[in-house]
Structures are given as structure tokens and as C-alpha cells.
Design a binder for this molecule. Sequence first.
Ligand code: PLP
Length: 838
Amino acid sequence: MKEDYIQKNDYRSIFFTDKAEECESELKSLFLNHLEYSLIKDITTVKPWDIYYALALSLRDLLIERWLRTQYEYRKQDVKKVYYLSLEFLLGRMLTNSLINLDVYNEVYDMLKEMGISLEDIIELEPDMGLGNGGLGRLAACFMDSLATQAYPAYGYGIRYDYGIFKQQIVQGYQVEEPDNWRKNGCPWEINRPELTYRVRFGGKVISETLPDGRIEHHWIDTEDVLAVAWDIPVPGYQVDNVNNLRLWQATSTAEFDLEYFNNGDYVKAVEKKTISENISKVLYPNDNVHLGRMLRLQQEYFFVSATLQDIFAHWKRYHHSFNNFADKIAIQLNDTHPALAIPEMLRILIDEERMSFENAWEITKRCFSYTNHTILPEALEKWGIALFEELLPRHLMLIYQINNVVMEEVMRLYPGDLAKMRNLSIIEETNGKAIRMAQLAIHSSHTVNGVAKLHTKILCERIFPDLAELYPGKFQNKTNGITPRLWLHTCNPQLASLISEYIGSGWITNLEEIRGIEKYINDPDFRTSFAEVKDINKSHLSRYIYRETGIRVQVNSLFDAQIKRLHEYKRQLLNVMGTIARYFRIKDNPNGNFVPRTVIFAGKAAPGYFLAKRLIKLINNIGEVVNKDPDIKDRLKVVFLPNYCVSLAERIIPAADLSIQISTAGYEASGTGNMKFALNGALTLGTLDGANIEMAEEIGAENMFIFGLTAEEVKELNQSGYNPRSYYESDPELKRVVDSLIDGTFEEGEKDLFLPIWKALMEDGDSYLNMADFRAFVETSNKVDEFYLNREEWITKAILNVARVGKFSSDRAIKEYADDIWGIKPLPLELNNGNNS
Ligand SMILES: *Cc1c(COP(=O)(O)O)cnc(C)c1O
């Protein structure tokens, strides 16, 4: 690019604006202007990152025009809105999504090509926005996409963490965490809104004042305050002009704070203190499905909901004079209990600031809130010790007690003398030190509670919260999770997407049920050939990436199986490891046997404090070292651990997978969404009857999946009757050999007892997630997969059926159910304003 320009042009033409003036395209002119004025580059100094940044800023300009129009319409029509509160949004990359949703992908592709730049290369420069851990945060991101695409009046709210989920490196087989400084080169998508700043208070004390009319007012005083500043990210819908908003809060110190500390003369100490208040939005807690109970986390949660509710109230009061129809116009969704402090915060605002009675405030609150439960794991249910709470949020503690009193009075009326009921239904846990149970708080205070798959909702009602489900008939609903087909097919697998559109049109992109139309072509030889070719192309792309990242050569004609998700005992990466070791021994015992070559792919982060999960990563890498180099094995088995699992890595792996490993202990995975992404991209599932796998089998047909293992009912019974992992070890020689290999030097590479903790988890600590009980079925089923894979035609048929029949698992369907059954909101599509960008 540079040489051409410099040779051909005079000095003036090295600037971009010269070109911009004569542009026929608005986008191109924006782009050239941004290169020069926002990036301060001329043709001789421009770098690929500048191209990315200027392109993103140009798209942002287009988005802002639509964003303003959208917000204007929502306001003007005074429609009911939903506020989606989540401490995590795992957005991944934004560039391709914006290009596609603005319908300018091809235009930009050609524009860059003319300049000798490949759009694909530019796309790879963008860091992921990793403001989430895993499934819960990714669900929030898919939901934002579906809300905008279906033109729902919706606002996402979250925290603008300086550091998202850590970057994972693998060093000598071990996970090493690195801070994720995702904004270090700037983020073009977020827009600072310093005019939207709110004061969030902490600590202090509450004094009460009796008014002449006898009412008591509470004053929360002597607080230490922090400011919350808004940053907005525009969220465009697909083929609709609506652009919704995701507002993320950043913590900064207050002005008085600065005055107080700086005037004392110790400048350095003052800056240190300032940093402490800014720590609140510093880092995302990297734990998935566990609650740690740290003070800073409670501060984050309150900081987030206080800023959000102040924002909701400020907006409301600008256009309304009373709170009469507040709950008719506002729905607030709690993504897990992480934002459940919004409940006492709403009470505090209505009672202490708006002078409403507790009874009225409580009625409004219950009509606004709804809560999504994401897990039944006891270690993940949030509980906050009373002492910590009282220190940080004394007024909220009072309000929670007040809610609990009202609730307990009702319980005593309904179940006089039933102490067990009272104990189960109370928000306050009295055993081993008083604590606040956030799930109970959220359930009592919401009009609707939902689980995220049928089995999960059933377990919530029957096992986790049976007394609450009985107390509030009809409050519990199911809303099975979904994924956005824009990212998880159209964007991540463009070749499969165009093949599908060629045969059935592109309606599936916004109405995924239409994808069933490809079933008609199941016997069409051209369709089948192209379908299989796309998978092979994707596999060869992934194999090159694997080589680049790990130095491991894998065979494109081997069966690619993938288990990519957060490392967690309940997800049972260990069971997959045990099956892989068994496969290794089978090949070794029969070196001339006829085996279907298999590439076993793992990816996933372990929480930095999760010892067993981290040791398992080391085990996987050591198995890779042994197996991949073993001359007896040749190319019949490769074991790969791809570092730094994140959205953009998922986008590479999923389109290339033949087999999706979804083997959580039945009853423990609430839904899973990885399972849906794989099926949509033509991978068959090897899985247990858990979470949404069950509903996938209903849709796809169990005969087109590989289902194995104990059911949730059987897991419960086995646990009740006394599970003995050793009995499986004693009676299954292959299992015995696999378990022994963990401690007999096979994979330890000289580091004695390296994997003893894993061995102990299985053999001495009760094997909590029943790996031993499901081992035999897993191995047999995995071998059955090989047989099926040999019959290529039958495999292609099943793969096509998987794609054709996953229409239900679109997040568009999930969001429509929330909108209709929980929020009571309606779409408000903007007129498409075509031609404003070309
Ligand atoms: C979809 C997704 C998840 C959730 O995967 P599960 O297999 O459902 O646990 C986690 N992380 C990323 C990056 C994802 O894209």
C-alpha cells in the first residue's frame, strides 16, 4: 500500500482526507477521516491496528445514528422496557458482528481489498471483550444480541472491569494466568458518558428520626462514597435499525474524597487511597460456579446495582411524575443472584428518598423483579455473613430483615408451628453463623423465577427450593437457554451458513426453526458433498491453528472430538481423560489393530484457586506428551490442549468438530450452551442426559446422538444407597489399569505423586461426580462412535439432522419466551433506513 501511494502521489496525497472528500461512500469517507483525525496517521505511517481502530470508529458512528433514533422512539412511545442486570457479559469480538448487523461486510471487504488489506487479518487483531467467566456471561451476550435483533426495548447493565477473565498460558503443561488488560490499546466500541455519574455509598451508620406524624425516617450517614461513571456500548440488531444499549459502570473516587485526602498534605497517600475506591471495578472474579464471600465482591455487587437503579430512577423521573405505573413500564431481570442487592436498593430509594411506605414499595418491587437461577451447586449459592453486610450496607440489612419479617409472618399464617418450613423459607440462615441467603431474597422478592432447562427447573422445584415452589405456586417457570445463530453459525462458520442459505434462503438467521428446511436435502448428493466438504475445510483450518499454537500435527481425516468449557469437576473433563487413557492402552496393546484415528481436543480455564482443576490441566498435557510421541500410536490418537479458551477460540474450534463432549454428571449442568453451538455446526454429541442435552435429544432424536450414563434419578439413588467408587475399580480391569496409570509413572514424567491428588479424588474422597460409575458406559459409547464414523454416509446424515433440528435452541426463542411470559414487553422495530450508509 505505502510504496504504491508514495511513488504515484505527491506530498498532499499521503493524507487520507484528500481521498475522503471524493468518496461516494459514507463509510469510506468516515474511515479515511478517522485514520487521519482520530488515529493521526498518514499513508506512510498507518499500521494494521490503525485500520482496525478507524474501521471500528466508523462503524460506531453509523451505530450511534441508529442508537439515537432507537432511544428516541423508546422514549416517545413510553413502552415497557426490560433492564437486564448481569455482573458478566462475555462479548468476545465486536467487529464482524457490527459489519454483519450493519449489512456492510462486503462493502468493507472490497474497500480494504482495494487498499491491499485483508479484512480477515484485521478481524484477528481485535482482543476479546472477556468480561465474563463462561456460560452465564456468554448467555447475557447472546441475549443482548437477540433483544436488539427482535427490536425489544431493552437495556443491559454491567461492570466495566479493567481486567476481564485472565489470559491462560500453558507453561510446561501448567496453567499460568496473565492479567487481561483488554483495553491497553484502547477500545473503540465504548463511549464514555461522564454526564451520567452517580454516587454510591458504603459503610457509615443509620439513624432514625420520628416525624411529627409518627412516621419513622431513616438516614444513612457518614458513608464512604464512590462514583460510578457510565460507559455505553451500542448493541445493533441484525437486519433491523434498532441499536440497544449496554451500559457498564466504572468506579472512580469522589471530589470531596480528593479534597479531604489531598488537603491533608500527604499527596502520595492520597493517591493511594484514591486507588482503593477505584479498585471496585478493577477485576472480574475469575470463579465460575463458586461463591467466595469476599468483601470486594460484595462492594462490586452493590456498586453495580446502586448505579443501575439510580440510573433507572433518574430516567423515570425525567418523564413521569409519580410511581403509579412504574411496575407497568419497567421489568428488571436478575442474571443469577449476583445483582440481587437491587431488591433492597429499590426499597431504599422508594422508602428513604421517595418517602413511600414499606408496603407500597414492597408491592412495586415484587412486580418489577424476576430472577434466573443458573446452578444447583451448593458452593455456588451466594450467602453473605451478617457482619460483613452490616459493616458495608447497614440500611440494606435493615430492609432485608423487614422483608423477612413480612415473609415469615405469612409463612406462620400458612404453616402455624412448622419450624422446618420457617427455617427453609427464611432469607436469614441461622446455622453456623448468621448469613443472608441471596437466592431466598431473590425468590421472595420476584414475581417469576426461572431455571434454564427443563431438568434444571424440575430439580429447582423438587430438590433445591421445594418449600418455596409450594409457597408460590406458578412462580417457577422454565426458560431453556439458547444461543444466537448470528455469531454461532453465520459469523463463525460462513461457509456452512452460505451453503444453508443457498438451499433454503437466509430466513434461518433470524428464525432458526427454518433451518429444518435443509432436512429436505438430506439425500441430495450435491448438498451432502458440500456439507462434508465444509467440515473438512474447517478441520484443516483448525489443524493449522493447532500446529501453530502447540506444535502438534493432527490428521485432518481423524475424528475431531472436543471438550471445551471451564474446568470443573462436575463437567467431568476427568472422565474424558480416563476414556482417552483407556483408548491409548487399547491401541498400545494392539499396535496393528484397525482404529479410527482420533484427535482429542481440550480447552478451558481453571479458576486460579481451584487446585484439582489446575492439576487436571497438567495431566492432560502430560498425557499429550506421552501419547503424541509414542511410536506405537502413530497417528491414531492425538491429545491436544489449546490454551486460552475464550469466545474467539470457540469460534475456531466448534465449526471443525465432529464430536461434542457434553458429559457432566446428570443433574449438575443447569443447561449448557456449548452443546447447542456444536450441534448447530454439525457435530454429533457424546453426552449424558443432563441440562439441555435432554431437550436436544427430544428435538434431534436420541438415535442421532450418543447418549450414555446414569440419569439424574439414578445419580440421586446411587448417592442415597451409598456410592462406592472402589467397587468399580475392583470389578473392571480396564478401569483399574487406567486409575493405576495415574500414579504408576506412566504420565508423571518423573515427578512422583504428581497426579496422586486426582487419584485420591477418585479412590479415597468418594468420587463426588461419579466418574468411576460412568466410565464403562463412556468407553463403550465412545467406541460405538468410531463404528458409526466408519460409515461416512450415515455420519453425514446424522450431522445434517443435528443442524436441521436444533432450531429450538436459538436465543431468539428464549428471549421471546422471557418477553411474553415474564417481562410483558413488545417489540418496537424501527423503520429500516436503507441507503444511509452507501
Ligand atoms: C458457550 C461458551 C461457554 C459455555 O460452555 P458450556 O459448554 O455450556 O459450559 C463458556 N465459555 C465460552 C467462551 C463460550 O463460548
